[in-house]
Design a protein around this ligand. Structure first.
Ligand code: F6P
Length: 360
């Protein structure tokens, strides 16, 4: 087994709070082993593009700075994906890049897609790859939590709290649309934490009448305001996605379901004035939550430990109160982790009277 002298660390995919804490942990743990760390700029672009774009990260210039406490990615990220037909060409450029930079290993902070891409790029090279999961959607398979999720839940919960005041002042029902793609984790966690009245997630069918009945019950109880949290990925009442918009790798682009719900509810029920807030990219920012920084610390340390033991093509994961490592291949095979509709969170939402649709 070749001794590691230099590793690269990169962030890939949509950013989230906590990425810099991960980079910091990787730099600290790798430096302790005497390894040099290259921070690769803009995801894999820093390696595949020429001139290569990177900087040397040391405990002195990175960990000992305000960056680990801030959101965004110090290194920049890449959220455009890679067309599979260009895989061969990209792999060649990647292999040349890691050779030019003299990297023995790479830590990829990203979703399972990004980790898989980098691991494919590295096939046929001696470069070892370890993935650290991050996403506000919390849909990375196997790990119970990905870095960034808790911070996003914090932002969304704060938004529910804040909307409640203005809903109360104006006797309105306010719809808040949150991100999460096809997984309802972010909506369910923030609706529950913020005591919202309605929570719609892609995994559970709903009806407009069901929402209206909930609003009527609120009125009948003497309350004149309501907050509804809805996932961007829910479908229309007929089970269709609102738009056919796709990004360059063919994934659906979401957004706008809150306005659809407003139109549908308002056309059948007039007792509440409704307004819509689309929370947007603010969910990917804010002060990184303590739990995300904890994950960053244990994931960063574990990634370096795995590399030092000669491991490759693994993803670190949080499960059953421990940080563990899983074969990237198995992670990719699992696919997206959706909200478990029989989880304690869903059960609690039902028991507390939040309208979440019709759970089967
Ligand atoms: O996957 C993270 C995420 O924030 C999703 O929740 C959201 O649908 C998407 O990225 C937004 O992507 P973009 O930054 O390209 O608008």
């Amino acid at each position: 087994m070749e001794k590691i002298k230099r590793i690269g660390v990169l962030t890939s995919g949509g950013d989230c709070a906590g990425l810099n804490a991960v980079i910091s942990a990787v730099v600290a743990a790798a430096s302790k082993k005497g390894w040099e760390v290259y921070g690769i700029h803009n995801g894999t672009d820093g390696i595949t593009e020429t001139p290569h774009s990177y900087e040397v990260l040391t405990v002195h210039n990175f960990s000992d700075s305000p960056w680990p406490r801030l959101s965004g990615s110090y290194l920049g990220s890449l959220n455009k994906g890679v067309k599979m037909e260009s895989l061969e060409e990209m792999s060649k450029r990647f292999a040349q890049g890691v050779k030019d930079l003299g990297l023995d290993a790479i830590v990829v902070v990203g979703g399972d897609g990004s980790m898989n891409i980098v691991s494919n790029y590295c096939k046929g090279t001696d470069v070892r790859v370890i993935g650290i999961p991050k996403t506000i959607d919390n849909d990375t398979p196997i790990t119970e939590f990905s870095v960034g999720f808790q911070s996003a839940v914090q932002v969304c919960t704060q938004a529910v709290d804040d909307l409640e005041w203005t809903a109360r002042s104006h006797n309105r029902a306010l719809i808040m649309e949150v991100m999460g793609r096809d997984a309802g984790h972010l909506a369910m966690h923030s609706a529950l934490a913020g005591s919202a009245d309605v929570c719609l997630v892609p995994e559970i069918p709903y009806s407009i009448d069901g929402i209206i009945n909930k609003l009527k019950a609120i009125k009948a109880s003497g309350r004149n305001h309501a907050v509804l949290v809805v996932s961007e990925g829910i479908k229309t009442e007929n089970g269709e996605h609102l738009s056919n918009k796709k990004n360059m790798v063919g994934e659906a682009v979401y957004g706008g379901i809150g306005q659809y719900l407003n139109n549908e509810i308002s056309s059948r029920y007039k007792d509440f004035q409704i307004r819509v807030t689309q929370l947007g990219h603010i969910q990917r920012s804010g002060t990184p939550a303590a739990f995300d920084r904890l994950l960053a610390a244990v994931f960063g340390a574990k990634a370096i430990e795995l590399l030092s033991k000669g491991e490759t093509n693994k993803m670190v994961a949080w499960r059953d109160g421990h940080v563990q490592a899983y074969a990237l291949e198995d992670v990719v095979k699992e696919g997206t982790t959706l909200l478990n509709t029989h989880s304690d969170f869903v059960k609690a939402a039902i028991d507390l009277g939040i309208y979440i649709g019709e759970v089967k």
